[in-house]
Write a protein that binds this ligand. Sequence first.
Ligand code: NAD
Length: 381
Amino acid sequence: MPSKSLNIGMIGYGFMGRAHSNAYNRVHNFFDLEYQPVLKAACARSETEVQAFADQWGYDSIETDWRRLIERDDIDAIDICVPNNLHREIAIAAAEQGKMILCEKPLAMNSEEGEEMCQAVEKAGVANTVWYNYRRVPAVTLAKRLIEEGRLGKIFHYRANFLQDWTIAEDLPQGGAALWRLDVAAAGSGVTGDLLAHCIDTAVWLNGSVKDVNAMTETFVKQRQHTLTGKVEPVGIDDACAFLCHFDNGSLGLFESTRYARGHKALYTWEINGENASIKWDLHDLHRLEWFDHGDEGKLRGWRSIHVTDHGGDHPYMDHWWVPGLQIGYEHSFVHQVADFLQSLATGQPCSPTFRDALETQKVCDAVLNSAKNGSWQAVG
Ligand SMILES: NC(=O)c1ccc[n+]([C@@H]2O[C@H](COP(=O)([O-])OP(=O)(O)OC[C@H]3O[C@@H](n4cnc5c(N)ncnc54)[C@H](O)[C@@H]3O)[C@@H](O)[C@H]2O)c1
C-alpha cells in the first residue's frame, strides 16, 4: 500500500495531458509502490476547458496561470504537457520553486535552452524526467536487455523511421491549438524535434552516443495561413528530414522522418544489425520484437517474432499486467514511466531519461538541423 502522496500539478490538457493523467490514475492499481500520485490541480488558459478536463480525469482543482500553479505549496511535481516553446520557462520557474518536474519531449527548443533547464534542476536538486516513453514499451526494454547481454556482438547498423501523412494538404493552417506543431515559433522544428527526437532517444539508449551527422530537410509546403494572425505566413519547420550518422561504437545510423508518407499514420520502426544477431521493432505491432540469431541451427535459422507478454521476469513490466499471452498497448508506456519515476523517488536514484540525458538527444537534433542548413557533416556538440 502506498504510504506517501505525490501531488501532481498538470499543465496542458491535450494529447499528453490525457495520456499522463491516465497513467497517474492507473499506476497504483498495477504497481505496488511507496508513492501514490494525487491529481491535485490541472492548469490551462481556458477556465471552462480546464474545468471540464479536471472533472473528467479527477483533478481536485484548476488554475488558469501556470505561474500560480507552481507557487502552490500543495503541489509536489509539475508535469509539463504544453507546446515546446513553453518548456524552458515553466521548468526553470518550477525548479526555482523546488518542484519535481516531469517534462514532455523534446526537452526544449534547442540545446542552449536545454542546458539552462538542466542547470536549473541540478541546482535545485529536484527529481526530473523527460517523457521519452518508447523506452518503456516492454519489447523495447527487452531489446535493451538483449543488447546489454552482448547477444548482438559488434553492432554495424542502426536504422529508424518515423512516418506520418497528416500535413500533406496545402490548405491546412499553421499555429494555434492542435496546429502549433506547424508553427516554428511554438515547435522549434518540425519532424526533427517532434518525431526524430523519439528515434534518437531510443537509438542513443540502445546503441550509445552519436558522433556526427549529415542531414537533409525539406519544407514541402512553403507557406500556410496562420490561425492566430489570420495571415498567410512562411512555414519555418522541416516537413521531412533524413540523416546519416556515425555512432561512437563505430556503427552507422540511417534515420528518416516525414509527415508526407501517404498511408502512414505513426510508423515508428527501428532495426539493429549486429555481428551475431539482428533485432527490429515496429510501433504498429508494439508488443512484438523481431529477432534473428545467426547462432541458431542452420535449418531452423530465420527471423522469430517474440510476443513480449510473458511473466516470471522474462519480459519487462509484464508481471504487473494480465496473464501471459495478453498484450498491452501505447498508454502503458506512460504508466511504466510513472511507476519508474515513483520508484526512483523511493530509491533516490534518477529516473532516466533525466533532463541531462534528454539534452543529448537535443544536441543531436541541433546538429541535424545545422547540417541540413550547411550541407555538411556536423559534429554533435
Ligand atoms: N511523448 C510523446 O510521445 C509525445 C506525444 C505527443 C506530444 N508530445 C509532447 O507533449 C507536449 C504537448 O503536446 P500535445 O500533443 O499534448 O499538445 P496538444 O496541442 O494536444 O495540447 C497542448 C496543451 O497545452 C495547453 N497550453 C498551451 N499554451 C498554454 C499556456 N500558456 N498555459 C497553459 N496551458 C497551455 C493547451 O491548452 C493544450 O491543453 C509537446 O511538447 C509535445 O512535443 C509528446
